[in-house]
Design a protein around this ligand. Structure first.
Ligand SMILES: Nc1nc2c(c(=O)[nH]1)N[C@H]1C(S)=C(S)[C@@H](COP(=O)(O)OP(=O)(O)OC[C@H]3O[C@@H](n4cnc5c(=O)[nH]c(N)nc54)[C@H](O)[C@@H]3O)O[C@H]1N2
Ligand SMILES: Nc1nc2c(c(=O)[nH]1)N[C@H]1C(S)=C(S)[C@@H](COP(=O)(O)OP(=O)(O)OC[C@H]3O[C@@H](n4cnc5c(=O)[nH]c(N)nc54)[C@H](O)[C@@H]3O)O[C@H]1N2
Ligand SMILES: [Mo]
Length: 774
């Protein structure tokens, strides 16, 4: 069992850190053992066994881990090591109760690591920190909610409040949350999506007309000939995806992995549910690995598109079958001639510099593409968190369009979502830039005039906090202080807000960086039975492939005092909006079907919601490009785009740093201190660097270094941000690139370093230098 009792947040190197060779295979029996160990350690054997068989089953609860869909007929237990850890964290028997908060001052808790904070256990009752106090004290729900309501009513402008969401919130709670914000009069609804797949949404809306993926699970398992996994580490972050990839391989599909890191999960998968995964070699997943440089994907896909165009020219000259799908291009797309002209000018030398790949490697990949009738591209944060993220994803869409790989079985765009309901929250209107259509429907359903001016996203919320423009910061879930970039800026800013309110399950960094007054309101998690209003309630979620389904918690809540997110929001709304507000908040809280009835009239695709979601497996939301090759874009067609490449300039002696997840964390929740697949044991302050780059920095494998990020300020001077005490590890990453874990390295990510258009922090391309620590 991990002892976290004296883990402090320091810049000192970790003494017990051990480094071994990275693994070349994922999961297998060790995965099951690790997963179960976490469950039994945290939740106990009885409580643990009661939860696991219900995970992602049709009568159970939606896994609080990732958003990967469940198969139509789940295996008896679609076991996933990291899903088990997510459940264990929530079902834990440990408690951060009133005695805990009386014992530990806030200033003391602020010195704890994220790991230790999280291991304090579940929050058991509402807690208040009064101005000037160094302790949280218990408070009644009435007092807590009246305090928030009073503060909201006293604002000079509703835009002085911001309402953050993390993607675990159910559809029902999300819908009510955005309604509350808009009834108050603001669109300040920043959410974790702003740091996550915002770049995907932005690029997909522009090119295909809808900001969601266009494939189903069966497209991957049953139909695709080629699956490209780019900028994603599914072995750790979407382990159940490996089962789908394995099924695809079994029927002969090819997989190409594009990544600066040779992630174990993309090499070999030992499926613990299969005999050959338990005793044999497992399944080799990636047939080809392109070890691209960080931020090199735009150049790579431009080169691929150029080569496809040229191959098509050649084929036509030779009288062979064309390489491009000209019928599709003519009938369904716009902008092809301009894009084609730009591709013809793509420069080989520039591509090789940007990608770090040889032209021949790219040509070989193009042969895979030409041989495949149906292609799917899957991606995650490796594409979205760069300055040119939106352009890169637009280029990926062009790649798909060239051979008509949208709107037919086994083909399409597959942005693999992060949080289990991050996609649903956006569908429910958690968005600082809502569409007019959505606001009109909301206005009709609730008979009010919603605010039309766009609100603040995450980065702009940090700026507004920093500049003293916000008086109330409320969060339903998440860990804003640790998840956002430029930690020093965010942390200082949060402390100055007159009121912070966190609806949370577990203690985290955001709670120990309180505003002048701060409330922590404990809520039920996904695993727990929700009997709000005296009846068993069901909530709903939407997975990464637009399937909406029900989730029913089964465990007894950790204390009687916990309320559901929905109940908290209804009670708060009633108090904040006063008796003059006609919204039936009490009825919503008493019967979530009533919320679904309203959703069915506001959100397209949710007609007859309550009945359809009661069916096993739920229902699939409409997606015009996928379903009918209809593209609701500004041109009415799928759009090719021209994307100008800006090669990221890395000055001499500097590296490009990406901030990633270890195998033992869920975002800011640190389950444990190992990263098994990358050979790290008992520590997190590590930086992975190519051996040649270590040598040229004058650093030996195992040395302790400080990471210093360099960012040009408006006046041309270079601003430095420091993260100290990292063990340098020689690792087979792409040349010129480095990797370290977030949240520890968020302190290095400049607030203004964001993706063009989507404003997503560019936390996967931070220019740093290594400084030997003495
Ligand atoms: N167990 C677990 N599951 C999770 C999470 C978790 O923390 N733990 N988080 C959830 C969330 S919210 C999300 S968004 C997803 C995140 O899922 P991922 O996106 O897989 O998460 P990261 O760890 O950020 O890994 C980014 C991957 O992209 C690669 N990469 C980075 N930059 C580039 C680049 O420029 N080009 C290419 N081609 N590759 C690049 C990295 O080497 C790494 O393999 O996972 C979700 N699931
Ligand atoms: N440098 C760097 N920064 C990043 C990223 C990166 O790759 N690099 N990734 C970004 C991404 S993709 C994301 S999505 C964000 C994540 O940002 P967030 O979503 O804000 O962070 P999480 O760590 O997922 O939030 C965990 C907290 O949520 C609360 N919680 C858990 N379950 C529940 C629940 O059921 N209800 C409620 N109300 N609360 C609950 C717990 O208190 C827990 O401490 O981080 C981003 N930040
Ligand atoms: Mo995410």
């Amino acid at each position: 069992m991990t002892d976290v009792s004296d883990e402090a947040r320091t810049d000192a190197p970790e003494k017990s850190l051990r480094i071994g060779p990275p693994k070349t295979a994922a999961a297998g029996v060790p995965g099951v053992v690790h997963g179960l160990a976490h469950v039994f350690e945290e939740a106990g054997v009885g409580r643990g066994l009661r939860t696991l068989p219900l995970l992602n089953q049709q009568r159970g609860f939606d896994c609080p881990g990732c958003a990967w869909p469940e198969p139509g007929k789940p295996h008896l237990a679609e076991f996933c090591e990291n899903g088990a850890k997510a459940v264990a964290e929530e079902a834990t028997r440990k408690r951060a109760d009133a005695a805990f908060f009386a014992e530990h001052a806030i200033s003391e808790l602020a010195t704890w690591t994220d790991h230790r904070l999280g291991k304090s256990g579940r929050i058991t009752e509402p807690m208040l920190r009064e101005e000037g106090s160094d302790h949280y004290r218990p408070v009644s729900w009435d007092e807590a909610l009246d305090l928030v309501a009073g503060e909201l009513r006293g604002l000079d402008s509703p835009d002085e409040a911001a309402f953050y969401t993390s993607g675990r919130t159910s559809n029902e709670a999300a819908f009510l949350y955005q309604l509350l914000a808009r009834k108050l009069g603001t669109n300040n609804l920043p959410d974790c999506s702003n740091m996550c797949h915002e770049s995907s949404g932005t690029a997909l809306v522009e090119t295909l007309g809808i900001g969601k993926g266009s494939v189903s699970l069966e497209d991957i398992t049953d139909h695709a000939d080629l699956i490209v996994v780019v900028g994603q580490n599914p072995g750790t972050n979407h382990p159940r995806m490996l089962t789908a990839l394995e099924e695809a391989k079994d029927r002969g599909a090819r997989i190409v992995a594009i990544n600066p890191l040779p992630e174990a999960g993309l090499q070999t998968f030992k499926n613990p549910q299969r005999v050959r995964g338990v005793v044999g070699q497992g399944t080799k997943l990636a047939d080809r690995f392109l070890q691209v440089r960080l931020a090199g994907d735009l150049a790579l896909f431009q080169a691929v598109n150029r080569l496809l165009l040229e191959a098509d020219d050649d084929a036509r000259t030779a009288g062979h079958a064309p390489v491009l799908d000209h019928a599709f291009i003519t009938e369904h797309t716009s902008g092809f001639p301009q894009a084609a002209a730009a591709w013809r000018a793509v420069d080989q030398g520039e591509v090789e510099r940007a990608t770090g790949l040889d032209w021949a490697e790219i040509e070989a990949f193009v042969e895979d593409v030409k041989a495949a009738d149906n292609i799917i591209v899957c991606w995650a944060m490796g594409l979205t968190q760069h300055k040119q993220a939106v352009a890169t994803i637009r280029e990926v869409v062009s790649f798909l369009l060239l051979r008509g790989n949208v709107g037919r079985p086994g083909a399409g765009a597959c942005p693999v979502r992060g949080h289990s309901n991050v996609q649903g929250d956006r569908t429910m209107g958690i968005w600082e830039r809502p569409t007019e259509l959505f606001l009109d429907a909301l206005a009709t359903e609730f008979d009010f005039e919603p605010p039309r001016a766009h609100g603040l996203d995450v980065v702009d919320t940090v700026r507004a906090l920093r500049d003293g423009q916000l008086k109330v910061f409320m969060a339903v879930g998440g860990n804003f202080a640790a998840a956002t970039p430029d930690s020093a800026v965010t942390e200082a800013a949060l402390r100055e807000v007159p009121l912070t309110v966190h609806v949370s399950t577990k203690l985290n960094r955001s709670h120990v960086l309180p505003g002048k007054r701060s409330l922590v309101l404990p809520c039920l998690g996904r695993t727990e039975r929700d009997t709000t209003g005296g009846r068993e309630q069901v909530v709903t979620v939407e997975d990464s492939m637009s399937v909406v389904h029900a989730s029913r918690g089964r465990l007894a809540p950790v204390t009687e005092a916990l309320r559901s997110e929905t109940a908290i929001l209804c009670d708060l709304a009633r108090r904040a909006l006063g008796p003059e507000d006609p919204t039936p908040w009490e009825e919503f809280a008493a019967d979530y079907s009533r919320i679904r009835d309203s959703i069915s009239r506001v959100v397209p695709g949710f007609e007859d919601f309550d009945r359809r979601v009661a069916e096993p497996g739920g229902f699939v939301l409409p997606h015009p490009p996928r379903d009918a090759r209809l593209f609701p874009t500004t041109t009415g067609k799928a759009n090719f785009t021209v994307n100008e490449l800006e090669i990221v300039q890395v000055p001499e002696g500097r590296l490009l740093l990406q901030t990633v997840r270890s195998h033992d964390q869920f975002n800011t929740t640190v389950y444990g201190l190992d990263d098994r697949y990358r050979g790290v044991k008992n520590g997190r302050r590590v930086v992975f660097v190519h051996p040649d780059d270590l040598a040229s920095s004058g650093v030996a494998d195992g040395d302790t270094v400080n990471l210093i990020s360099e960012w040009p300020g408006p006046d041309g001077s270079v601003g430095e941000r420091r993260a100290e005490g990292f063990r340098a590890i020689s690792f087979p990453t792409a040349r010129g690139c480095a990797a370290a874990y977030f949240p520890e390295t968020n302190v290095l990510v400049p607030l203004d370093h964001t993706a063009d258009q989507s404003n997503t922090p560019a936390s996967k391309s931070v220019v740093v230098r290594l400084e030997p620590a003495h």
